[in-house]
Design a protein around this ligand. Structure first.
Ligand SMILES: Cc1cc2nc3c(=O)[nH]c(=O)nc-3n(C[C@H](O)[C@H](O)[C@H](O)COP(=O)(O)OP(=O)(O)OC[C@H]3O[C@@H](n4cnc5c(N)ncnc54)[C@H](O)[C@@H]3O)c2cc1C
Length: 328
């Protein structure tokens, strides 16, 4: 029988709880390895799932390759696991490939589904979907968020067993630099993905560009709906070409073949043509809607559930008015 280790760092966010629930469907012995500042408090959200081992202390509160890999290695040894599952957080995505190498194991990243020990993932810029399994152990799997339901605690108590790890390191974090210049616009947990396309920066029916108004309408909607902001490639590429741009957008907002594949329940695209390389990033959006002046745009060709053929400036003006009224 396989021993399955689920690696989580504190605080345990939704992708971690989804990974835990996915691990429970595999059968086998389940051990949870927690690292971070306060594992006892975090353990409450996973109470009843299985034996909990923890590595804590100041050195493990900070994301850092050397300490994260050392903690994961100690948890691997203590659990004697053959399968290791972890959510695809930046922390685990950085630390686990190196550990898999050290442990003479194998790792698969960007896992989008698990059917027993057969995983599904995408290759070639999300054009080819593959199912595969491996015989080598230990086998590490990094699971994408949205892989399934999240675990809910089934017990009141969550006892932890502490594992001590040497935390000697030469790397000290000095601070955090975020590429977002203004407020946080990427919100993976939001119910709505709002996509802005290059049309927002194009000449409108009066022959002029209305960038300030576009920025005001988009930010207004984000504020009143708490939506996550996505973008087409054309719009984020404009800054590199020296054109007028929306300052709160970066390549991190880009959705599509060479961008991200977010998983919000609903999506609304505005001033975006709906070309295949963009829409391929909408694969996991369940309800897709678009606003475009062009009745023959890409969205009209089976890519959207609903296409509103309208001026997005006018639609958004009215939408923001309705949302603001509803909130007051
Ligand atoms: C290898 C490769 C990879 C790529 N990867 C990606 C990717 O990851 N993501 C991505 O997005 N693209 C990607 N692209 C580019 C993609 O093919 C398109 O060029 C891009 O998505 C177009 O962006 P857009 O729809 O915002 O701009 P445009 O094609 O310029 O469309 C603007 C739209 O705005 C509409 N519009 C203008 N004014 C208004 C208004 N007032 N109201 C309503 N509608 C209005 C217009 O009718 C038009 O349809 C890739 C291309 C290649 C070749």
């Amino acid at each position: 029988m396989e021993t399955i280790l689920v690696l989580l760092h504190t605080p345990i966010a939704k992708p971690g709880l989804e990974t835990l629930e996915a691990a429970r469907t595999l059968g086998g012995d389940l051990v949870i390895g927690l690292i971070g500042a306060d594992p006892q408090a975090a353990a409450q959200s996973i109470a009843g799932a299985g034996r909990i081992l923890a590595v804590d202390g100041d050195a493990f509160a900070q994301p850092r390759y050397s300490t994260d890999a050392a903690a994961a290695q100690a948890l691997l040894t203590a659990s004697a696991a053959t399968i290791v599952l972890a959510p695809s957080t930046s922390r685990w995505s950085r630390a686990l490939p190196g550990l898999a190498q050290r442990a003479n194991g194998r790792i698969d990243t960007h896992v989008t589904a698990l059917n027993g020990l057969t995983l599904t993932r995408w290759y070639y810029r999300q054009r080819i979907e593959a199912s595969l399994t491996r015989t080598e152990r230990p086998w590490f799997l990094l699971l994408e968020s949205g892989i399934g339901p999240a675990y809910t605690p089934t017990a009141a108590e969550a006892p932890i067993e502490r594992i001590s790890v040497d935390s000697a390191t030469r790397t000290q974090p000095k601070g955090l630099i975020s590429p977002q210049s203004g407020e946080q616009t990427i919100k993976p947990e939001a119910d709505l993905l709002f996509v802005a396309g290059a049309g927002w920066t194009k000449k409108q029916k009066d022959g002029a560009i209305h960038l300030d108004q576009a920025a005001e309408l988009i930010l207004g909607l984000l504020k009143s709906s708490n939506a996550s902001l996505g973008s087409s490639k054309s719009l984020v590429d404009l800054s590199g070409e020296g054109h007028a741009v929306l300052p709160f957008l970066s390549h991190l907002n880009q959705v599509g073949q060479t961008g991200s594949t977010p998983r919000h329940p609903k999506g609304l695209a505005t001033c975006c043509h709906g070309e295949e390389p963009h829409v391929v990033g909408w694969r996991f959006i369940q309800d897709r809607r678009a606003v475009n002046l062009d009745a023959n745009c890409g969205w009209a060709r089976g890519k959207a559930d609903v296409l509103y053929v309208a001026d997005a400036f006018e639609v958004m003006e009215e939408l923001n008015r309705l949302l603001t009224t509803a909130h007051n």
